[in-house]
Design a protein around this ligand. Structure first.
Ligand SMILES: [Zn+2]
Length: 267
């Protein structure tokens, strides 16, 4: 049994080690107890679980094309202490998500729905935004409680890691909060613009989601299983895009290239 005082000392210690990290698009900072090495270890655990549960796309040419799009937007990420990996899962479910530590996943169902490279760039950029915002770690910290999070970092308690394993797939599928979604959308627009992509790709993709499922946060995984209404995300993304001076700025969509390289998905 740990006393209140040692628990408190533990928090102070962890706060000193981990401290704050810049997590918001406007430079906002948050208290992060789960440090990057621990986050990456969690990401590796999740990645193993995801690969055991979902088939990874075997089409290497298409997979590497998607990795290139991801790398183009991730190149502008302000978070450089993780490596970004982009994995295509062979599933008809329209979904994309980020596990802790820079692991990003996108389904063939989503790639088939997207109409150009800019739409995919915006989706991947949104997921990179979750990584920058350390959203999975922050959700975990609140779900597990700060003490368990602290014990993970100190590695002194195997029960804490047991709890992580217990959360299993729920860890990375964890519903992001409303604020986290809006933040990720902001990062998504920002990095798409920086990479020379048409930021309206985000709007176009949202509109396809609305067309498919309606605008409410219905019973769909990932991208749609969010608190914010998709129409509200469209409105806010439009306002965000207006804050950028797009005069003379490229708005690449690479539609032909996209459609030819993803033909196999629309068989
Ligand atoms: Zn999201």
């Amino acid at each position: 049994m740990r006393t209140v005082r040692t628990t408190f000392a533990l928090f102070v210690l962890i706060a000193l080690i981990s401290g704050c990290a810049t997590t918001g698009p406007g430079g906002e900072r948050s208290l992060i107890l789960i440090d990057t090495p621990t986050e990456i270890q969690m990401g590796l655990e999740s990645d193993r679980g995801i690969r055991a549960e979902y088939p990874v796309l075997q089409d290497e040419a298409l997979a590497s094309y998607v990795r290139e799009i991801g790398a183009a937007v991730a190149a502008y990420s302000s978070r450089t202490d993780v490596e970004y990996t982009f994995t295509v899962l062979d599933s008809d479910v329209v979904n994309a998500f980020a596990a802790p530590g820079g692991f990003v996943y996108i389904t063939t169902g989503l790639l088939a729905l997207a109409g150009d490279e800019a739409e995919v760039a915006c989706v991947l950029s949104h997921e990179v935004g979750h990584v920058i915002g350390r959203h999975s770690v922050r959700s975990m910290q609140s779900a597990m409680g700060m003490q368990v999070a602290a014990e993970l970092v100190l590695g002194e308690d195997n029960a804490a890691w047991g709890q992580v394993a217990g959360l299993g797939a729920g860890l990375f599928m964890m519903k992001n909060s409303r604020d986290h979604e809006f933040q990720a959308d902001q990062f998504g627009v920002k990095h798409a613009v920086m990479a020379g992509y048409d930021p309206d790709g985000m709007i176009r993709f949202f509109e396809k989601l609305v067309e498919m499922h309606g605008s409410g946060p219905g019973g769909v995984a990932g991208w749609l299983s969010t608190h914010p209404d998709t129409n509200e995300r469209i409105d806010r993304a439009r306002l965000e895009i207006e804050t950028y001076d797009m005069n003379g700025h490229p708005r690449n969509r690479h539609t032909d290239r996209y459609l030819s390289r993803t033909t196999s998905l629309r068989g």
